[in-house]
Design a protein around this ligand. Structure first.
Ligand SMILES: [Zn+2]
Length: 87
């Protein structure tokens, strides 16, 4: 089961794939790992209590959003969490 869908973050069209969430195959709702990570990151920040760390994270988030909106191909930007926390 594969189909075209519209990315829940930026509205671009992408090819749906199935990813395993636990034991259940779920269709992807974002065009790539970067959009999925962005939304995860945004929710985490929104649910955090206000602090200086959260304010700094919000600035990162705005910079990431610009980066994602400027790209031409969905996979130009890879998984964000690796680039944020991998170093
Ligand atoms: Zn997207």
């Amino acid at each position: 089961m594969t189909d075209e869908n519209t990315c829940a973050r930026d509205g671009c069209t992408f090819h749906v794939e199935l990813v395993m969430i636990g034991e259940t195959p779920m269709p992807t709702v974002y065009c790539g790992d970067s959009c999925a990570d962005f939304e995860w990151f945004r929710r985490a920040i929104e649910n955090a209590a206000p602090s200086r760390d959260v304010a700094a994270a919000l600035q990162h988030l705005n910079a990431l959003e610009r980066l994602l909106n400027e790209r031409v191909q969905p996979f130009e930007v890879g998984p964000l969490l690796e680039s944020l926390y991998g170093r």
